[in-house]
Design a protein around this ligand. Sequence first.
Ligand code: MN
Length: 440
Amino acid sequence: MSGPPLDATHDPARRSFVPRANLPGADFPLQNLPLGVFRASSQDRPRIGVAIGERVLDLGGAVESGLLELPGRLATACHGATLNGLMAEPAERRHDLRMALSEALLEGSRFSQDRTLQDKLLRAQSEVQLLLPAMIGDYTDFYASVFHASNVGSMFRPDNPLLPNYKWVPIGYHGRASSVVVSGTPVRRPAGQSRAPDAAAPSFGPSRMLDYELEVGAWVAGENPLGTPVPLAEAEQRIFGVSLLNDWSARDLQSWEYQPLGPFLAKNFVTSVSPWVVTLEALAPFRAPAFTRPAGDPAPLDYLAAPANEAFGGFGITLEVSLQTARMREQGVPPARLSRSDFRQMYWTLAQLLTHHASNGCNLRPGDLLGSGTVSGPTREERGCLLELSWRGKEPLALPGGETRTFLEDGDEVVLAGYCERDGAVRIGLGECRGLVRAG
Ligand code: MN
C-alpha cells in the first residue's frame, strides 16, 4: 500500500527563484506553498497570499496578471478576501493550484525573469498584516491525545484518570468561532467564576490559572449535506490543511464549570491560530502510521477503521512551545522552550476526527475549524500545556533569569511553532502562533 501521492511539487531538487525560500531551515520553501490572507495596510482590502521564503505572493494579482492560468471558478476563488472559496473547491482543483504555483515560483520560470511583475506581486511578509485565513462557521475542539487525557484525568480524578469511553469515541466539544483570532492578537486575561479548593462559595474575578494548549487546527474543505456522513476513505479530501492552534484555557474557571456539560467560558474567551494554512498536499511526504494502540486497547469501530488510515493516517509534525516573560523581553533573553512533542502521538487521526464528527449526519462546511486537542506525549518534555508541565501548579517551571511559572502571568508571550523533517524531503514549517497575555 502506498501513501498519498508525491509529484513534481514535492521534488527535493526543485528550488525557487526567491533566494530565502531555499535556505536550510526555512519554513516556506517551494515544496510548502501555504495559503493565508493579508493586507498591505489597514486601508487595503484583504487578499489571499502564498508564503514563499520571507515573501508573500498576491494570489489574486497573480491570476489577474496572467501569471497563473486557472479554470473559471478556481480563478474567482483566488480573488477572495478569505480562503473559504478555495476551501469549497474539490481536491483536484486545489491540486491544479499547487502545480501552477510551484511552476510560477520555480527557478528559471518566466516570473523569475520579470522584475516588474515581481515588484507588483511579491511583498515582504514583515511589511504586510496577516489576517485570519477563513471565515470560520463552526469550531470544534477534540481531545485526541491519550497522554494529555490521562495526565489531566489523573489530576482531577486520581482513581479514574481515563474515562471508559476514551478509547472508543473521539471526545470533543463545540467551541466558539467568533473568538478565534490570528497569531499576534493580544490575549486578555478572562474574568470568571471559580471556587478555591478551601472556599465555601465561588467568587468572580480574573483567572489565576491561565494556560495555553498546544494544538494543531485542521481546516475543513468541501461540504457534506446535512444528514450525510463522511466515510473514512473520503475524510482526507475534506481537510484543506492545518495551522497551529492555541486553545487558551482558564483552568480555575474550567474545574468549577466543566461538569456536567464540558468546557464553556474557560475556553471560549480566545483561541489563536497561525496565519498560514499548510495544505494536506504539502504534508504528503511526512505522512506516518496512525498511533500504535497498546496491546489490550480496543480496535476502532468499523466506521473509524481502514487499512489506509492505519498505515498513513498520521502526520510527522514536530511541535514546540516557547515562553518569553516581560522581564526576559526587557533583558533581551530569547523565548525559552517549554516542550516539544510530535503529532504522530495522537490516539485518533485527523481523518477519524472528521469522520466521527460527521457520523451522525452533522454537516461540515468549508472554513470550519477542528482543533486536535492538546498534543502531549509520554514524557515530561512532551507535555503540551502548563497544567501538565506544572502538574496543576504543584511543580513550578524554572525559566532563564531565575523566574518561575506555574500558570501564565500578564506580559508572558507564548509562541507555538511546528515543522516537518525527514530524510529525502525538503523541510517545511507551519510558521508561528503567538499570543501575549494582557491584564484583564
Ligand atoms: Mn483544547
